[in-house]
Design a protein around this ligand. Structure first.
Ligand SMILES: [Zn+2]
Ligand SMILES: [Zn+2]
Length: 254
């Protein structure tokens, strides 16, 4: 399998946030998958917000992409935008790839794996089970947890998107003890954990868990509209300004 293209440190932050939070958006969609804006408009808005990095992370599920041959068009457009904004804002080519089984299999062909700068592993539909509808809370938790651990066995994954978030948002709260186990293993494997305020509210206990295990973090807002860009960055910046003394390892806000 194609290995990662960049070292983890280049695509993630130390969870201590001691040096502040750079203006990174590492989870954004455009019309190449199910985002509502053209990629050029996403880049323009990111620039206006003052971001220093934008990573497009289009879905690879066949029913979510924009059509046949989409990946070539996507890659060309992202590279064109990267050249246009060179020296002002870094633009990288990412993908959000769903788990297809519980052993780390994902929707990602070799051409995509070779080209992408950043691969977000995600649990969306439950492998072999379809979407969450009809799952009991216990089943949803167990299956998402198993699929997340499987993703950590895939050496092409740079970061986990919204771990536990699908169950949490659509079925039942995802237990912090299981999130903790995923984070611990992610730290061992050198995979970053996404900090995503769309799924983690409040963010503090999730960030505290990453600190406890020394897991690197990836600011990602899962922006599907221009308004969603930079949300994770703003939330993390808020926490960094309040200072690490306010967010202890247990996530207790003083
Ligand atoms: Zn997702
Ligand atoms: Zn997404």
């Amino acid at each position: 399998m194609t290995p990662r293209r960049h070292p983890l440190e280049a695509l993630s932050l130390d969870p201590g946030l001691a040096d502040g939070v750079p203006g990174w958006e590492q989870h954004a969609h455009s019309r190449f998958s199910d985002g509502k804006a053209e990629a050029a408009a996403v880049a323009e808005q990111a620039w206006k917000l003052g971001l220093s990095r934008l990573i497009f992370t289009e879905h690879t599920e066949p029913h979510l992409v924009s059509g046949p041959g989409w990946f070539g068009d996507y890659a060309r457009e992202v590279r064109r935008l990267a050249a246009e904004y060179a020296g002002r804002m870094e633009i990288l080519l990412g993908l959000e790839v769903p788990a297809l089984d519980f052993q780390g299999g994902v929707e990602l062909d070799e051409a995509m794996a070779a080209e992408a700068d950043f691969v977000l592993g995600a649990v969306h539909a439950l492998p072999g089970q379809g979407w969450l509808g009809g799952r009991s809370p216990e089943q949803a938790i167990e299956l998402e947890h198993k699929a997340l651990l499987g993703l950590l066995d895939n050496p092409r994954i740079d970061a986990l998107a919204h771990p536990g978030g699908i169950t949490h948002l659509y079925v039942t709260p995802f237990p912090m003890s299981l999130f903790d186990e995923v984070v611990r293993r992610a730290a061992e494997r050198g995979v970053a954990i996404e900090m995503n305020p769309a799924y983690q509210d409040p963010l503090e206990p999730y960030l505290a868990c990453c600190r406890r295990h020394g897991a690197r973090i990836s600011p990602g807002s899962n922006a599907h509209h221009l308004e969603g860009l930079g949300w994770a960055w703003r939330e993390l910046s808020r926490l960094a300004v309040r200072g690490s003394s306010h967010v202890g390892e247990e996530g207790v806000v003083a």
